[in-house]
Design a protein around this ligand. Structure first.
Ligand code: GDP
Length: 171
């Protein structure tokens, strides 16, 4: 199938925040209950229509290797966009975003577009990071901000669409 652009996106953040589930939900709308401890990188691709422009997205997921500190520059290389994911019920995963951001800025290309994603929105009642707090952090750091539930699918398409729209505008 033909497309106008092909973008590589990476998904980073602490183990267990839902990175694989976000990718799987977007790619084939399945929700995986089990944590997969495969070491390496999982990869998925999907074509989307962004305001009439066909864009092929290649989505890379660390697939557990984040906890082994083995993410290399190769993972970041040539990524057009990055999702920095935290779990809205786990404050530590939000506090670590600053480190993920630093790593992405260090390893990624300078014009990589980044979006902060607060996942597990279906667990609203247990949230320990407010929308406002995360949105302020995002604004101060030049990131987009969105919330998702990889369990219900809420917001998942939207994060990929918004990141793609933003990158297309910058081309
Ligand atoms: P990763 O280590 O960041 O890739 O996290 P996973 O995608 O493997 O998810 C870790 C755990 O959180 C799994 O048990 C998932 O079923 C669960 N999970 C992921 N996303 C959500 C979500 O949006 N809501 C809820 N309730 N659980 C989720």
């Amino acid at each position: 199938m033909s497309y106008t652009y092909q973008f590589k996106y990476i998904i980073i953040g602490d183990a267990g925040v839902g990175k694989s589930c976000i990718m799987l939900n977007f790619i084939d709308k399945r929700f995986r209950q089990e944590h997969d401890l495969t070491i390496g990188v999982e990869f998925g691709s999907k074509m989307i229509d962004s305001d009439g422009t066909k864009v092929n997205l290649q989505i890379w997921d660390t697939a557990g290797s984040e906890s082994f500190k083995s993410i290399t520059r190769a993972y970041y290389r040539s990524a057009a966009g990055a999702f920095l994911v935290f779990d809205i019920t786990r404050r530590d995963s939000f506090q670590h975003i600053a480190e993920w951001l630093e790593e992405a800025r260090f390893n990624g290309n300078p014009n990589m577009t980044m979006m902060l994603v607060g996942n597990k929105l279906d667990l609203q009642d247990d949230r320990t990071v407010s929308y406002e707090e995360a949105a302020i952090f995002a604004r101060e750091n030049g990131l987009l901000y969105k919330e998702t539930s990889a369990k219900t699918g809420e917001g998942v398409n939207e994060v990929f669409e918004e990141l793609t729209r933003t990158i297309c505008k910058r081309i």
